[in-house]
Write a protein that binds this ligand. Structure first.
Ligand code: UDP
Length: 483
């Protein structure tokens, strides 16, 4: 029987923070396993997606399909949370996804959806495909997501109202301060949606996670412990990470990289809040003063402040300038023209973090940013804003010892003052404490590189998934022949 390689379809939720890791997973399936891959994206500008795909080996095996835009204005409250909006967009895109997959001459053997795409697994069932969920975050987050919907009302009351930690069997407890916003209000649509997806994920044939064995050994062991009654994810888990965008030489000369070339090694702090994070106007001013007073070099990706919404620009990723950013303190750009660079909206982050001049990363702790920082051996200032970022910040500061953070968490109401920002920058770049963090993060970098090498645990995990897809394809083919 002539065998061919499987075709795998991947579905990415809106937002570059969701699209980038799915693209990276697709690339690995093409490059390491020679699979044909189709990536479906929802509400994400095709040109921005294409910009992530430069220098792709085997481009003929890689296909990106933008599903038609959906109008959710009639089905979702304009004030709904960003997660609700994303989930509803994904739901409204299901008919287009079903038609697109059904029309494919080479039917995919498997559908891999990301966190917010779990409802699409019904399409995989209908079309007799294998189905996987790809969590572009860590195993601790996955354990909270799948465990919370299974707890009884009393435990929920203890965690949410009495503010006790969420005790997850075999895993680190989630302190109330770090808990996911989705768990906080049972009357909010996001609560209902989130609970549903927490119950849906374990129905997959397996869950791929952007982490690696040595980073989260205990949590992963708890997930696989079949003797535990409270086992939190009852399907195979495959830690396949860290998958981060591989750095390619810039298409055009990049002025920021050129500036970095002239700075001393490990001297610059990079400041960015991911693809959609925004600060309040007051916080922008304090951050500007904090950077200036630290007297350290910086590259800061700015976007206009928003006073009540930390994820305010989530759907508006794009390059380009809004003119001179008039929300910064008067004279800030002139006074800091030697020491710092301000980039508007979007910077080539993976390339910047890989530069030898980078000495620290003030980050909102999105998991992609976290992985990029670790893989470049760059210690962090943790500044979580939303989603699971507070859990990530706790892991980085308390468990891994590779980040510092403010005494109190920044919120839309609570400002971190300039003096504290100045101190945090100096702790990372200048103080002895920063050297210790740098050496710990470099150890993690080596551990991550080992995991993704072709003899590593993450490579092995992805190979197991690939093998299952190959078996799935063979079984389809023999059924087709027998029919
Ligand atoms: N990113 C980038 N340039 C920017 C901001 C973000 O390249 O100016 C990339 C970043 O490298 C990362 C992703 O966008 O790969 C952001 O993902 P993350 O999980 O850190 O945060 P999110 O955007 O989902 O909040």
């Amino acid at each position: 029987m002539k065998t061919t390689k499987p075709h795998v379809a991947l579905l990415a939720s809106p937002g570059m923070g969701h699209v980038i890791p799915v693209l990276e997973l697709g690339k690995r399936l093409v490059v390491y396993h020679e699979f044909q891959v189709t990536i479906f994206v929802v509400a994400t500008d095709a040109a921005t997606v294409e910009s992530q795909l430069r220098n792709l080996p085997n481009p003929n095996l890689f296909n990106v399909v933008s599903l038609p835009p959906v109008d959710i204005s009639g089905v979702v409250d304009p004030a709904a949370s960003i997660v609700t909006k994303i989930i509803v967009m994904m739901r409204e895109s299901l008919p287009a996804l079903r038609s697109a997959i059904s029309a494919m001459s080479l039917r995919p053997t498997a559908l891999i959806v990301d966190l917010f795409g779990s409802e699409a697994m019904v399409i995989a069932d209908e079309l007799k495909m294998l189905k996987y969920v790809f969590i572009a975050s860590n195993a601790w987050f996955l354990s909270a997501t799948t465990y919370f919907p299974t707890i009884d009302k009393q435990l929920e009351e203890e965690h949410i109202n009495q503010q006790k930690p969420l005790m997850i069997p075999g895993c680190k407890p989630v302190p109330f301060e770090d808990t996911l916003e989705a768990f906080l209000d049972p009357k909010d649509q996001v609560y209902v949606e989130y609970l549903r997806l927490g119950l849906e994920i374990p129905k997959a044939d397996g869950v791929l996670i952007n982490t690696w064995e040595d980073l989260e050994t205990a949590t992963l062991a708890a997930m696989r412990d079949t003797t535990s009654l409270g086992r939190v994810t009852k399907v195979p888990v495959y830690p396949i990470g860290p998958l981060v965008r591989q750095v390619t030489p810039p298409a055009l000369e990049d002025s920021v990289l050129g500036w970095l070339d002239k700075q001393p090694t490990e001297s610059v702090i990079y400041v960015s809040f991911g693809s959609g994070g925004t600060l309040s106007s007051k916080q922008m001013i304090e951050l500007a003063w904090g950077l200036e007073q630290s007297q350290q070099r910086f590259v800061w990706v700015v976007r206009p402040p928003m006073d009540n919404d930390a994820s305010g620009t989530f759907f508006e990723v794009g390059n380009g300038s809004d003119g001179t950013p008039n929300y910064l303190p008067d004279g800030f750009l002139t006074r800091n023209s030697e020491k710092g660079l301000v980039v508007q909206k979007w910077a080539p982050q993976a390339e910047l973090l890989a530069h030898p001049s980078m000495g620290g990363f003030l980050s909102h702790c999105g998991w992609n940013s976290t992985m990029e920082s670790i893989l470049n051996g760059v210690p962090m200032i943790a500044w979580p804003l939303y989603a699971e970022q507070k859990m990530n910040a706790t892991m980085l500061t308390e468990e891994l010892g590779v980040a510092v953070r403010s005494k109190e968490l920044p919120t839309t109401e609570r400002i971190v003052e300039r003096e504290e920002i100045e101190t945090m920058v100096r702790r990372i770049i200048v103080d002895k404490e920063g050297h210790g963090m740098r050496s710990r993060v470099k150890k993690l970098k080596h551990s991550a590189e080992k995991a993704t090498s072709i003899v590593g645990s993450s490579y092995d995990s992805l190979s197991k998934v690939a093998k299952d897809c190959e078996i799935g394809l063979l079984s389809h083919m023999s059924k087709a022949l027998g029919a």
